[in-house]
Design a binder for this molecule. Structure first.
Ligand SMILES: [Zn+2]
Length: 174
């Protein structure tokens, strides 16, 4: 959605500034999120300690991404969380006629997510933006030509902003 698993993880809290909505409220939510995330193992089980680590990683990635949006220095505490998480073992990959299979526990998944976050946070050419929809606080990577993308994801925010603008025009012309 955002273009990066780490930023997708950070985006599992919406409307952070005034009315936060947490999509990963329980370890089961986290298991579903991992299964749905491309490039991560399909089946992991999350105990409460691993769940806490995932939430800590999420908040650290969000903070560092926001630091990039605002063009300020990285928050040292968040750097430590992301770097420590990335230092763990990563998922194993296995090739067969069926294709590529990834396996690993949640710690390995988090290490992989942290690494993907580091790769993009370190990229001086990556264009970090906060969604232009009022109150949506998601951070995404703008990979469009000329970096003209305005919303975190068309399905969620772009279409709603466009529909609201359309309704406003309709009302104005009535
Ligand atoms: Zn948005």
């Amino acid at each position: 959605m955002s273009g990066n698993p780490a930023l997708d993880l950070a985006g599992t809290v919406g409307f952070r500034r005034d009315d936060p909505v947490d999509m990963l409220a329980t370890p089961a939510d986290l298991e579903r999120w991992v299964a749905a995330c491309e490039g991560l193992p399909d089946r992991v089980s999350a105990d409460s300690a691993a769940f806490e680590s995932a939430v800590a990683l999420r908040e650290a990635v969000y903070r560092l991404a926001l630091d990039r949006v605002l063009g300020r220095s990285f928050d040292p505490g968040s750097l430590k969380v992301v770097n420590d998480t990335a230092a763990g073992p990563v998922p194993a990959v296995e090739l067969s006629d069926a294709g590529l299979r990834r396996s690993g526990d949640l710690r390995a998944v988090l290490a992989e997510v942290a690494r993907s976050g580091i790769a993009v946070l370190a990229d001086p050419d990556a264009c970090f933006k906060e969604c232009g929809r009022t109150r949506c606080t998601r951070v995404y990577l703008d990979r469009s030509r000329g970096a003209r993308r305005t919303w975190c994801g068309m399905g969620e925010c772009g279409n709603r902003v466009k529909a609201a603008a359309y309704r406003a025009r309709r009302r104005a012309s009535e």
